[in-house]
Design a protein around this ligand. Structure first.
Ligand code: SF4
Ligand code: MG
Length: 320
């Protein structure tokens, strides 16, 4: 339901490929191979929709997705298959996404056999290797999902995704349903797999703390629009957008420097009828008259750092 018009994602294109920019800009995202991108926002901000579009589960309302330099709509069937296998999604609730009547061996091993990645005769060994890789005892392949803990079930979901030899994994709140101690274990597994397999991740979460732990770069979304993109360190040390600052003020481990950021006030407005101008204006402590009438464009503040806030027009420009 969110207005994601103009969303464009360029997945795993060449490192210096011209970035596809869409000025109407809902989302404009270049994901480079090997990168971990965090997407953060309150629920209803459009981040799950963005993930589903990137994973090919939902169609984009506008704009287009490119994979390895090719727009999806112009792909040959071989290219499209490479995209379908190459981008996998992991969801919040592993129980809902695992068939309760299937053994783990089949949950993990069925798709790679169907897609011809492994012969049926090699399935058991292939699955055993994947189970080891995600920290599960391969002897448990004969068991059913309900015989595992929540953290183990998420590992099954990860093994199922890895079975298709993906390049990019979209994790939508992949640890949100787990206990905090288990969350850390699963996050560390993601990081280990990235090192071992050269994976690229899009990590969607409402929790800036979680995303900060794993991401190289963070995209902050508010009501279907990207409001700030920056390297993770910059988001934490020099956040520009008042919404980003509000999210930071809510993190439990604040250092003194951040205590003067204003926490977020009020309810998230309906994404169906977002406020005019800057959609954040009813909640923004710095709102000015123009904020309710004029939508701020994403503006580059520094290399790799963009933000959409009218306050940046007031800042004196730095002489060359
Ligand atoms: Fe606040 Fe205005 Fe900036 Fe929006 S554009 S974040 S309302 S100051
Ligand atoms: Mg969601």
């Amino acid at each position: 339901p969110v207005d994601l018009a103009g969303r464009i994602a360029n997945l795993l294109g060449a490192r210096n490929a011209p970035s596809v920019v869409h000025a109407v800009a809902g989302v404009d995202l270049d994901i480079t191979a090997g990168e971990v991108i965090g997407v953060v926002g309150e629920s209803g901000c459009g981040k799950s929709t963005l993930g589903r579009v990137i994973a090919g589960i939902s169609p984009p309302t506008a704009g287009e997705v490119s994979y390895q330099g090719k727009p999806l709509h112009g792909m040959t069937s071989a290219e499209h298959k490479a995209y379908v296998l190459g981008v996998q999604m992991i969801f919040q609730n592993p129980m809902a996404s695992l068939n309760p009547r299937m053994r783990v061996l089949d949950i993990i091993g069925e798709a790679p056999v169907v897609h011809g990645l492994v012969p049926a005769s090699g399935k058991a060994d292939y699955v055993a290797g994947l189970m080891r890789q995600v920290g599960l005892d391969p002897d448990y392949g004969q068991r059913y999902p309900h015989q595992f803990s929540g953290g183990q079930r998420q590992r099954i979901g990860i093994a199922r995704a890895l079975a298709l030899k993906p390049q990019l994994i979209v994790c939508d709140e992949a640890v949100a349903a787990l206990d905090v101690s288990i969350q850390a274990q699963v996050l560390n597994l993601f990081l280990e797999l990235r090192r071992a397999l050269g994976l690229t991740y899009l990590f969607i979460s409402h929790n800036l703390g979680v995303v900060g732990h794993v991401s190289d770069r963070v995209v902050i979304m508010y009501l279907g629009r990207v409001v700030e993109v920056a390297p993770t360190q910059t988001i934490f040390s020099r956040p520009n957008h008042p919404y980003t600052q509000a999210l930071l003020s809510e993190l439990p481990s604040l250092d003194t420097q951040r205590r003067d950021y204003q926490p977020i006030k009020g309810e998230l407005p309906s994404p169906l009828r977002p406020p005019t101008g800057c959609a954040f204006h009813p909640r923004c402590p710095h709102a000015m008259p123009r904020c309710s009438v004029e939508r701020p464009a994403l503006r580059t503040l520094a290399s790799g750092h963009t933000s959409a806030c009218h306050l940046n027009d007031l800042a004196p420009s730095v002489p060359e």
